[in-house]
Design a protein around this ligand. Structure first.
Ligand SMILES: [Cu+2]
Length: 203
């Protein structure tokens, strides 16, 4: 019986070797803290790798941005170029979605439970921050930030962020905030050694 000719032991060794070898080429994380001086919250800052080698495929399924309790949720949505965003309406009142930035678009106005898709395929120079506005409610504001690669994260309320799955290499890490700026920072990511990059944004 040839199918029993490979001893179980050698299979186990092979599995063990794969387990040892894989982490060497494995991606690691870049994490850190962003301080926004003078702001109540350090949330919703996009931290991203400016340029990563290779081409990147957008997610097969649209990424959702809701309009709920008169707010865009999430308020800041980073996406890789080519991503389709599904704009939902979870409020009992009709909402509109338009952007005055870059190629400009107006998706119209629609009631609760309906949605509209928009594909972000036209960003020429990253990052492209598209302000999301609603003609019905001028106080509403959100942002879709289109990036070159999928290595990005958004800060939580404490300013913490973590970009997972970054391949080893040397990069420039940028930050995006709707009101203020900070200089990008260089970082080298080694295999099996997570990197830390902190930023201070002055308002
Ligand atoms: Cu609205």
């Amino acid at each position: 019986m040839t199918r029993h000719s490979v001893p179980l032991g050698s299979v186990m060794v092979a599995i063990a070797l794969i387990g040892v070898v894989a982490p060497c080429a494995a991606a690691v994380s870049i994490s850190g803290t962003v301080k926004v001086t003078g702001a109540a919250s350090a949330a919703d800052v996009v931290v991203y790798i400016q340029q990563a080698p290779g081409t990147f495929t957008p997610p097969a399924k649209p990424i959702e941005m809701d309009q709920k309790q008169m707010q865009f949720i999430p308020r800041v949505l980073p996406v890789v170029a080519g991503t389709t965003v599904k704009f939902l309406n979870s409020d009992p009142t009709p909402h509109n979605v338009f952007s005055p930035d870059f190629e400009k678009y107006n998706l119209g106005t629609w009631p609760q439970g309906q949605n509209k898709d928009y594909a972000f395929t036209k960003c020429a120079k990253f990052p492209c921050a598209y302000t999301q506005l609603c003609r019905v409610h001028p106080e509403m504001e959100g942002y879709v930030v289109v990036l070159q690669n999928p290595y990005f994260a958004v800060t939580d309320k404490t300013g913490h962020y973590e970009i997972e799955g970054v391949p080893p290499g040397s990069y420039t890490v940028g930050v995006w905030h709707w009101k203020t700026k900070a200089q990008p920072k260089p970082v080298t990511v080694d295999a099996a050694k997570p990197a830390t990059v902190d930023f201070i944004l002055a308002r």
